[in-house]
Design a protein around this ligand. Sequence first.
Ligand SMILES: C[S@@+](CC[C@H](N)C(=O)[O-])C[C@H]1O[C@@H](n2cnc3c(N)ncnc32)[C@H](O)[C@@H]1O
Length: 249
Amino acid sequence: MPFNDTTHTMVMSEDGTFTAYSKEYDEHYHSTQDGALKESLLKHVHPAFKIKSHKDELYILDICYGLGFNTLATLYFLKKNNFTCRVNIYSPELDETLISSLNDFTYPKEFEEFKHIVLALSQDKVYDDEFLHVEIFIGDAREYIKEFNGVFDIVYQDAFSPTANPALWTLEYFADIKKAMKKDAILTTYSISLATRLALYENGFNIYLNSTDECRASSVAALIELDEFSYVDMKHKIACNKNAKPLRD
Ligand SMILES: C[S@@+](CC[C@H](N)C(=O)[O-])C[C@H]1O[C@@H](n2cnc3c(N)ncnc32)[C@H](O)[C@@H]1O
């Protein structure tokens, strides 16, 4: 199935890797300014593995699969660093047509060795080998996440923006995400908006800033304290922005 159609178009991003534009949401799948691969690695995979690289087995919730960059960048990172942990990735995605067309998407050369995984996922929505289990659930992430209780070590929160897709950024949504996570899990997201941080904070998460020289800053959230990132003083932010509110269902 050709990738470019009436709803998606491939677009070159700043780091030389392709992302896509969605006509339905009027948004790109990644920041074209930061670059698709860079965004995945620097805003999601690197911060997550900064605190999770010691584990023998990991469970990752990838919200939402889209072009699959966060899943594939995780595999790339593990291979590059010779990590041998077993990884289980669960990823909801509404758009079945998109998933079926991914074998025709032009991925970065860094993902070349995962072509067989892209093919299996685009055809069967599942891939399994000795070290890896990936499954894509075709349907609504809001329903899907309710099935899990204390399962995930890592959550990649990478939905379209709160403006374009508010249902995946509300206080109630993050309550379900919290329930699906282990107590020592980490959540990564590109969003640094106060409303997103409030939705997490009001669910008991500590909020941190993830910053690098190569990419715009992003957020990390955890129920435990993390020394690896800069702590965001939410009490101070709330005092300075008395009218700020999280999104609600
Ligand atoms: C920003 S893109 C995800 C980008 C992806 N992480 C990547 O690396 O390519 C957001 C995705 O969320 C999907 N989506 C929107 N609402 C959803 C929902 N309620 N449940 C599941 N998927 C949803 C869209 O179809 C789109 O593919």
